[in-house]
Design a protein around this ligand. Structure first.
Ligand SMILES: NC(=O)C1=CN([C@@H]2O[C@H](COP(=O)(O)OP(=O)(O)OC[C@H]3O[C@@H](n4cnc5c(N)ncnc54)[C@H](O)[C@@H]3O)[C@@H](O)[C@H]2O)[C@H](O)CC1
Ligand SMILES: [K+]
Length: 475
């Protein structure tokens, strides 16, 4: 955002005009969402505070009772000083007496310029605000780059109005929850300011080539099962259910063929008793690798976390196959991320990530990027705000997933989706992004309009995958 601001200034855009547009967007959002009431604007010393002064003036002009409580005066000569000088209404001390009287508090203390944790007195003041709080750009104290409160605290907003583009902190947890609903306002910055910046953090969303982040593979009259790829999934004897879910998802993602490599006759019989369209083999994985048409391999769901799993993984990678490492394959690489080098996609949850790479820490985007760079594999750090990181530094943040997905087997379905899309020729980053989105979308569909907090079981996702995929394809 700072680079975009610099590019805009270089291209002749006035910072003052941007600030007026930002403040106007805040005032309009407040008028749209709240009934007239006594408003208190908490104004910081920078441009975030400037936006607050503009909003204060416009709300006052609309007949709302407004007061401004400055934290510190803006730097003389700055845009914020110019709009502060236009404020003729009441200026009150920043304290609990004033926040207690307000029907609505506009938090214009700090935005993108937050440089250090909030002072304890300020955090205490914000903690005590009982009225709804509207955050300008971000709730003050929240790091827009990571979604973490810089000093452990940022207030919970009833509404956040941000400008030009959403920032990672609006999508990453806990930021996403602290922001409340996020309104995105355009303030006159042209998209072309991003041309020279080439942002590398994205919202995970589908779209036609060039617009969204990814588009699904198309099948046409010329498609046949061999042109749509062949997923081979290595199963263990202990948890065959995991492999069944993954195989079911890989098939429904549209892979032409899916084979389960079973470890023994009894497990093979179990798979054969399942879906009749699933291929089952008792041949050792090394023998199956000789068939070059088996282009995508999934290792992990229900596999033991032992050296034999890693050995198959290395063989598949060295044979040039697109390998998805999940579950047991990840745990087998605990403390040894190099063992995963060359895989196409890794799908660790936070625990598996910590086992392989160490705890991600507060900057999860940076941690996922580092893991992807280290292994050369697209890394999906799974959670309510799954992050998909590519070795080249691109990251996508997913917010399209209900908490209902927090259930056993859900991860196996995701891993199967990734493998199924890879088999059809999608590139690893796009395949992983698409799989994460489809996984969440299938869950919303399985809930059928019920609360996203209602429970689901992983099996219920499978029939919805086609509906989710079809919703993105032309009829
Ligand atoms: N293009 C846009 O999107 C526009 C955004 N606008 C708004 O501008 C802010 C960013 O403004 P900036 O002046 O860079 O930073 P802040 O106002 O967030 O704060 C800087 C100010 O605060 C001091 N400071 C930082 N952290 C602390 C702290 N913990 N305690 C005390 N003081 C702190 C710092 O030293 C500076 O003095 C963006 O968020 C938008 O709201 C434009 O108005 C329009 C264009
Ligand atoms: K703010």
């Amino acid at each position: 955002m700072a680079e975009a601001d610099r590019a805009a200034a270089a291209a002749g855009h006035s910072g003052l005009a941007l600030m007026r547009a930002a403040g106007r967007a805040v005032a309009q959002a407040v008028r749209r969402r709240f009934r007239p009431c006594r408003v208190l604007v908490l104004a910081g010393p920078g441009n975030n505070g400037g936006d607050g002064y503009v909003a204060a003036r416009l709300l006052e002009q609309a007949g709302w009772p407004v007061a401004v409580a400055p934290l510190a005066p803006p730097r003389p000569g700055s845009d914020a000083a110019a709009v502060a000088a236009e404020w003729r209404g009441p200026v009150v001390p920043l304290g609990t007496a004033e926040t207690g009287r307000a029907g609505l508090v506009i938090d214009a203390l700090f935005g993108a310029g937050l440089a250090r944790p909030l002072a304890p007195e300020l955090a205490a003041l914000l903690r005590g605000v009982a009225a709804p709080l509207v955050a300008v750009d971000v709730p003050s104290g929240l790091d827009g780059a990571t979604g973490q409160p810089l000093g452990g605290f940022a207030p919970r907003a009833a509404l956040t109005v941000t400008f030009f583009r959403r920032k990672p902190g609006h999508l990453l947890l806990p930021g996403r929850e602290l922001c409340g609903p996020v309104e995105l306002a355009q303030i006159g910055l042209p998209g072309s300011v991003l041309d020279g910046i080439r942002p590398r953090a994205f919202h995970n969303a589908p779209g036609p080539a060039g617009e969204g982040l990814w588009a699904l593979p198309r099948r046409g009259a010329e498609s046949h099962k061999f042109s749509l790829g062949h997923v081979t999934l290595v199963a263990g004897a202990e948890m065959p259910g995991a492999a069944r879910l993954a195989a079911g998802a890989a098939r429904r993602a549209g892979a032409g063929l899916v084979t389960v490599a079973a470890p023994d006759a009894a497990t093979a019989a179990l798979f054969r008793a399942g879906e009749p369209g699933l291929l089952v083999s008792e041949a050792p994985p090394a023998a199956l690798l000789e068939d070059g048409r088996r282009n995508a391999w999934l290792l992990g769901p229900g596999l033991p976390a032992g050296p034999e799993t890693l050995a198959v993984l290395r063989q598949a990678v060295e044979a040039g196959r697109a390998v998805v490492a999940d579950g047991g394959a990840l745990t087998a690489a605990a403390g040894r991320p190099a063992a995963l080098r060359g895989a196409a996609v890794l799908t660790p949850h936070a625990g598996e990530f910590a086992r392989v790479f160490g705890a991600p820490g507060p900057d999860r985007l940076a941690a996922a990027r580092a893991a992807a760079a280290l292994t050369g594999a697209v890394t999906v750090l799974k959670g309510a705000d799954s992050i998909v990181a590519a070795p080249d530094g691109r990251v996508a943040i997913n917010d399209h997933a209900p908490p209902a997905l927090a259930t056993a087997g859900s991860g196996d379905v995701l891993a199967g989706l990734v493998a199924g899309l890879l088999a059809q020729g999608m590139a690893p980053f796009e395949a992983a992004c698409a799989a994460v989105w489809l996984h969440g979308d299938a869950a919303f569909r399985a809930l059928g309009g019920a609360s996203p907090q209602a429970p689901l079981v992983a099996e219920e996702l499978l029939p919805e995958i086609r509906v989710s995929i079809a919703s993105l394809l032309p009829f």
